[in-house]
Design a protein around this ligand. Structure first.
Ligand code: ZN
Length: 377
């Protein structure tokens, strides 16, 4: 029981088929639930993982969730890294413990469930990165054909993982834009759904369970939450989730939501400060999850930071590599470079005084070391 509402003009659309854009103005769509504001935030305690939040997700019946066991990721304290950062209370939510090794599984579970409920049998999208692996795995589970278009070296481990799910793979010469154009052509010719995961609202709805779990796991919400932001689905999901908890009276205050971006890709930092920024022609970063020069929901990302009182910070590859190494040495946690970016951002925020030394800071460790850094094609 939900509708798709345009984030630009407010036009409402029914959700009976897969829709990415507003018919009236072309804006992106958000999900709005048909519940009275006084309805209590409901949790189904009999289920584990995302299933227990089904009443707050666009999936209807909890039993129908396409699940690989995502969610319920641990929160652990990071006392030694906290001390190195000058922070008395630092903890991490281990999103790298999700089934495919990345936080993306929350979004994939909800999105692929919606695809199956809509009767969609095949989808095409760019194959690569943690999202590609995650979507391919959930499609395999749901019996949906995943057709991946890749512009990176096919020997790349993540592409091999995607192909390993039985996905049909197409190799494209050129860059991401060439890949998107090839997918559009393919989908027009074949009638296969062009998924464009980074634009749809379902993926973000799955990510908001990150916020719900934090409330259930901790006695009080942290003062600050720091997440890596490429296209920003985790930041947007956190913002939606924490806002719902506030509206339902289950939480008293919103944590400050901070974005960790890369020095090479900082569209949100620029937008938040009203400055001009463009990616260099051959821009790259060790933190591959931060390679996004035009996040489709940039305005909403700005709102998430601004309205929660958070900041966006650009971090260097050196700082990312440093904190990735220190996290392993001091706490025994092995993560991919992107996952260490929030620690590099927390260092800057603490130095500037945006984070107090006695405040509780929670970082998302978003991806495991099993998802390797990809070479730039
Ligand atoms: Zn519109």
């Amino acid at each position: 029981v939900f509708e798709l509402v345009c984030d630009r003009c407010g036009a409402r659309h029914d959700a009976s088929h897969y829709r990415l854009h507003c018919d009236r103005c072309g804006g992106l769509l958000d999900i709005e639930y048909d519940v009275a504001p006084t309805v209590e935030f409901r949790v189904l305690k009999d289920f584990g993982g995302l299933r227990r939040y089904a009443p707050m997700l666009p999936i209807g019946n909890a039993a129908r969730l396409v699940s690989l066991g995502e969610g319920d990721t641990p929160v652990v304290s990071l006392p030694a890294v906290g001390a190195a950062l000058g922070l008395g209370r630092l903890s991490a939510k281990l999103e790298c413990c999700n089934p495919t090794g990345a936080f993306k599984d929350r979004g994939s579970a909800v999105e692929v469930t919606v695809l199956r409920e809509l009767g969609i049998e095949a989808v095409a999208d760019i194959a690569g990165g943690n999202t590609g692996v995650s979507l391919a795995c959930y499609c395999a589970r749901a019996g949906i054909r995943f057709i991946g278009f890749a512009y990176e070296d096919p020997r790349h481990p993540q592409l091999q993982a995607i192909a390993g799910t039985g996905a049909e793979m197409h190799r494209i010469e050129g860059n991401r834009e060439a890949c998107a154009a090839a997918i559009a052509d393919f989908c027009r010719d074949t009638g296969v759904l062009n998924l464009r995961y980074s634009r749809n609202a379902y993926f973000i709805e799955g990510q908001k369970t990150f916020a719900y779990e934090i409330l259930e796991q901790l006695d009080a919400l942290p003062d600050h939450v720091v997440v890596p932001v490429g296209n920003g689905s985790l930041l947007l999901g956190s913002w939606r989730g924490f806002r719902e908890l506030l509206q339902d009276g289950r939480a008293a205050t919103m944590p400050r939501l901070h974005a960790a971006q890369s020095a090479a890709f900082q569209p949100l930092v620029a937008a938040l400060h009203g400055t001009h920024w463009r990616a260099e022609p051959r821009a790259d970063t060790l933190a591959v999850g931060l390679r996004a020069s035009e996040p489709p929901r940039l305005d909403a990302l700005v709102s998430a930071c601004r309205e929660s009182g958070g900041q966006a910070v650009a971090v260097s590859d050196n700082a990312v590599a440093h904190w990735q190494r220190r996290l392993a040495e001091l706490e025994g946690l092995l993560v991919e470079p992107t996952a260490a970016a929030p620690l590099a951002a927390a260092e800057i925020l603490a130095r500037r005084g945006d984070i107090g030394s006695d405040e509780h800071v929670l970082v998302a460790l978003t991806g495991s070391y099993k998802q390797p850094t990809s070479p730039r094609s």
